[in-house]
Ligand binder design. Structure first.
Ligand SMILES: [Fe+2]
Ligand SMILES: [Fe+2]
Length: 276
């Protein structure tokens, strides 16, 4: 994989171009209710980024100047994804309502990415390797999710918006992945990152969104043969990171949580949050 060019990333970092989207055209094409439900989930996660950042800043995440510079641009871009999706939902007649839970009230388990690793980071200087790996998995899952949404819910304006967002997510993924690859050349960080991912990883939004919504989204985007193939591709890409050759991620999560027809598995199964 080529090197990540931080200067060019910073130079190109900008908000998704809201003026370029044909908002007026949205209501002229039907948006399936499932797409609206998926978008509500995604909008919530995107706008949650700033809350995640609050916890992240209490860790060693910004000790590295390159990571600090990246994060400044990253949070800006993610915030605009949330704004753009909210605007789409509004134009589609399904505006985002008030949040049921005040932000920042999530339990320790529910804020795993930040909270659990924050404890580790105080004692362990290679925290960045975990953070970068976590970021790579989440960005890749997110961008794959957006691509799948465009495939399963064809809509001209949605396709345009998702294309733009996917471009940003790809750049984010590339940064995290390259960083993870470099930092995990050493055995110790690779081992600890793997242990933490094995123990704590759950799909983006776990603990922030209700379990029911997460299972709906996983089914809608990843249950069919094409969805399965996309999920496998995510897993295979992460397996190329040092020490991650046998990691079980998206597909294994789906096997645990959804039955053979893609419906939520009975009995609830293992949950990324209830466990911790
Ligand atoms: Fe995003
Ligand atoms: Fe992203």
């Amino acid at each position: 994989m080529p090197a990540f060019d931080l200067d060019s990333f910073v130079g190109r970092s900008r908000a998704v171009d809201l003026a370029a989207i044909d908002w007026a055209d949205i209501s002229r094409h039907p948006v399936p209710p499932e797409a609206l439900r998926a978008l509500r989930y995604m909008q919530d996660i995107e706008s949650h980024t700033i809350i995640y950042l609050r916890s992240l800043l209490a860790t060693r995440a910004i000790d590295d100047p390159e990571v600090a510079t990246f994060l400044a641009c990253w949070v800006y871009e993610e915030t605009f994804h949330g704004i753009a999706i909210a605007r789409f939902l509004e134009a589609a007649g399904a505006p985002v309502g008030p949040r049921p839970t005040p932000r920042g009230q999530e339990s320790l388990g529910k804020r795993l990415e930040a909270a659990a690793t924050a404890m580790v980071s105080k004692a362990w200087p290679d925290f960045c390797a975990v953070h970068m790996t976590w970021g790579a998995i989440n960005e890749l899952t997110t961008l794959t999710g957006y691509r799948r949404l465009a495939q399963v819910s064809p809509h001209p304006v949605l396709a345009d918006l998702l294309d733009r967002i996917v471009l940003d997510e790809s750049r984010h993924f590339f940064f995290y992945y390259r960083q993870a690859e470099i930092r995990m050349q050493r055995r110790a960080p690779a081992r600890i990152a793997r242990i933490l991912v094995d123990r704590f990883w759950a799909p983006v939004g776990s603990g922030v969104q209700p379990d029911e919504e997460l299972r709906f989204l996983a089914t809608y985007l990843f249950a069919g043969p094409e969805g399965r193939a996309a999920a496998r591709k995510v897993d295979d890409t992460i397996r190329r990171l040092p020490g991650f050759e046998t990691v079980q991620l998206l597909e294994a999560w789906m096997d645990r949580h959804l039955d053979a027809h893609g419906s939520p598995a009975s009995g609830g199964g293992r949950n990324g949050d209830r466990d911790h």
